[in-house]
Design a protein around this ligand. Structure first.
Ligand code: PHE
Ligand code: FE
Length: 293
C-alpha cells in the first residue's frame, strides 16, 4: 500500500487550515516520507553558538523542574556544545529503546507523522530558529524537537507509549478522531506534568523547550493542574499562543500508558456528541492541585 502524502495535497490542506499555510522548511529535497539528510556541515558557527545559548539557558532551568528521566537522558545525550548530529544520537537511542531519529524539513502530514511514530522513528526538524526568536517560535525547530522530545524517548515506557500513539493516530484518521487525539498529545507529550516525591515536574516537550513556561507551569497560582483523565483531556480546547491555562498531571509513565491503552473508538463517538470544554474549565469533583512551593 502506498500511503505517501503528496506535497501538493499537504500544502493545500495547510492552506485550508491556517491563514497562508506557508511552512518555512525546504521541502524540495525530501523523500515520500518527508525525510531529508541532516546536512550537518551546512550549519554555520553562528547557528551552533545560538544552539549553545539555548541549551545553556534551558539546562540551567530544568533541575528541580523536569522529571528525572529527562534530566538523566539529557546528560547522556552530549548535545551541549553544538547542534547535534542526529545519526550519533540515533546510535545511542537505538540501543536504549529501539527508536531512530529521522531528519525532516519541518511539520509533516499527520499520516506521515503517525507512520514514523508507529515504526519507532521520531521526526526532528533540521532548521534552527533565528536569534530574534530566542524565546518564542511559531513552528517547531530543531531545538524544540531535539531538546524537548528526544530525552524522553530514552525511557522504555515512554518510548512504547509514543509508538502506541502513532498507531492510535493511524486508527483515529479512519474514525474522524484526530481533533481529540491531538488534544491528548498537546496536554501530555507537549505540556504534561508528572508527580514526583519532591513535587510536580514537567515532562512535556513544549514546556521543557520553553524559557518561561518551565517555571510558570509549576509555580504560578494561575493555571489549573488536574489529575489526568484521558477522555476529559480529549474534550478540552488548548491555547497555542500563550502559556497553558490547564495542565494535566500523571502519576508516572505507567499510568499514561495504562490510561491510553483502551480502545478510543467509543470515546470518539461520545466526544462527537459533546461540546468541547474551554481551556480553563474545572468540572465539579475535579481536583486542582496546588503549585509547587
Ligand atoms: N488506545 C488508543 C486507541 O485505541 C491509541 C493510543 C495509544 C492513543 C496511546 C494515544 C496513546 O485509539
Ligand atoms: Fe513538539
Amino acid at each position: 500500500m502506498n500511503t505517501a502524502v503528496e506535497q501538493a495535497d499537504f500544502f493545500k490542506t495547510l492552506e485550508e487550515k491556517s491563514d497562508g499555510g506557508k511552512l518555512r522548511g525546504d521541502y524540495s529535497q525530501c523523500d515520500d516520507r518527508y525525510v531529508v539528510q541532516q546536512d550537518w556541515s551546512a550549519y554555520t558557527p553562528e547557528q551552533h553558538a545560538l544552539w549553545r545559548k539555548l541549551y545553556q539557558r534551558q539546562a540551567k532551568l530544568v533541575p528541580g523542574r523536569a522529571c528525572d528521566v529527562f534530566i538523566d537522558s539529557l546528560a547522556k545525550m552530549d548535545a551541549a556544545d553544538e547542534i547535534p548530529r542526529f545519526d550519533r544520537t540515533t546510535e545511542a537511542l537505538y540501543k536504549a529503546t529501539g527508536w531512530e531519529l529521522v531528519a525532516v524539513p519541518g511539520l509533516v502530514p499527520d499520516l506521515t507523522f503517525f507512520e514514523h511514530l508507529a515504526n519507532r522513528r521520531f521526526p526532528v526538524t533540521v532548521w534552527l530558529r533565528e536569534p530574534q526568536e530566542f524565546d518564542y517560535i511559531v513552528e517547531p525547530d530543531v531545538f524544540h524537537d531535539f531538546f524537548g522530545h528526544v530525552p524522553l524517548l530514552f525511557n522504555p515506557i515512554f518510548a512504547d507509549h509514543m509508538q502506541q500513539y502513532g498507531k492510535g493516530g493511524l486508527k483515529a484518521l479512519g474514525l474522524d478522531g484526530l481533533t481529540y487525539l491531538a488534544r491528548l498529545y498537546w496536554y501530555t507529550v507537549e505540556f504534561g506534568l508528572i508527580e514526583s516525591p519532591q513535587g510536580l515536574r514537567a515532562y512535556g516537550a513544549g514546556i521543557l523547550s520553553s524559557g518561561g513556561e518551565v517555571e510558570y507551569c509549576l509555580s504560578s497560582p494561575n493555571p489549573k493542574r488536574i489529575p489526568i483523565d484521558v477522555e476529559r483531556v480529549m474534550r478540552t480546547l488548548y491555547k497555542i499562543d500563550s502559556y497553558q491555562e490547564t495542565y494535566f498531571v500523571i502519576k508516572d509513565f505507567q499510568q499514561l500508558f495504562a490510561e491510553t491503552a483502551p480502545d478510543f473508538a467509543p470515546m470518539y463517538e461520545r466526544l462527537k456528541q459533546q461540546e468541547a470544554l474551554s481551556a480553563s474549565s474545572l468540572l465539579p469533583g475535579e481536583i486542582n492541585l496546588p503549585p509547587n512551593v
